[in-house]
Ligand binder design. Structure first.
Ligand SMILES: [Zn+2]
Length: 81
């Protein structure tokens, strides 16, 4: 019988304030293309949205708003599903 808890070693934690709950990303130079269909009454319905990021993507801590190092962004990108 084992009482060992599984350890999650790959949780991202802000090195500045210890926050591991909220993060945000900023994309520089993004082209966002939105497709619309015009309805019979002249109104428009949004069909789909495409975004292409040309510049850098940066990851920030949602708590202290410090920019996180590139290896954090790498890990973050791998863990977004
Ligand atoms: Zn932080």
């Amino acid at each position: 019988m084992s009482s060992r808890e599984p350890t999650i070693s790959n949780r991202l934690t802000c090195p500045f304030c210890g926050n591991d709950g909220n993060f945000f990303q900023i994309a520089e130079d993004a082209i966002i293309t939105t497709y619309f269909r015009q309805n019979a009454d002249g109104s428009f319905t949004q069909e789909e949205n495409e975004s292409q990021v040309l510049g850098d993507i940066k990851l920030f801590c949602g708590s202290c708003e410090e920019e996180l190092p590139p290896e954090f962004l790498e890990r973050f990108t791998e863990m977004v599903f």
